[in-house]
Design a protein around this ligand. Structure first.
Ligand SMILES: [Zn+2]
Length: 122
């Protein structure tokens, strides 16, 4: 258990190799001491939450979020699918999501050679 609370400013995949999970925007989670933790913090993918922050919890899967808005977006994305999307629709939706995140949570890309889209680099 880490003392500090962290949450993701961008949706991403996080975890040790073989044990990754999808983290949504605004989701609270524990940093696990992965090789990329420092980079995630430096680039602004992950920020520490205020000590007194109240978190809201997803009633379906138990994921915790720093804002109601983050929880709502998570619910729409993870639990409100009424039909399966075609691969094309999935792509469109992923593009839109990235565009929105680029706008509300821009990364400082001068600090990395990598372009957008965090990938497990190791
Ligand atoms: Zn959920």
């Amino acid at each position: 258990m880490s003392e500090s609370l962290f949450y993701a400013r961008r949706s991403m995949t996080y975890g040790r190799p073989g044990n990754e999970r999808q983290i949504d925007r605004g989701q609270v989670f524990d940093l696990q001491g992965c090789v990329n933790d420092e980079k995630l913090l430096r680039l602004g993918y992950v920020v520490s939450a205020p000590k007194r922050a109240t978190v809201v919890q997803c009633g379906t899967c138990g994921a915790e979020f720093i804002t109601d808005e983050g929880l709502a977006a998570h619910g729409r994305e993870r639990h409100a699918t009424t039909r399966s999307l075609t691969p094309r629709e999935e792509d469109d939706r992923a593009d839109k999501k990235l565009a929105i995140e680029d706008e509300i949570a821009p990364l400082d890309l001068t600090k990395t050679a990598a372009s957008r889209g965090y990938a497990r680099t190791k």
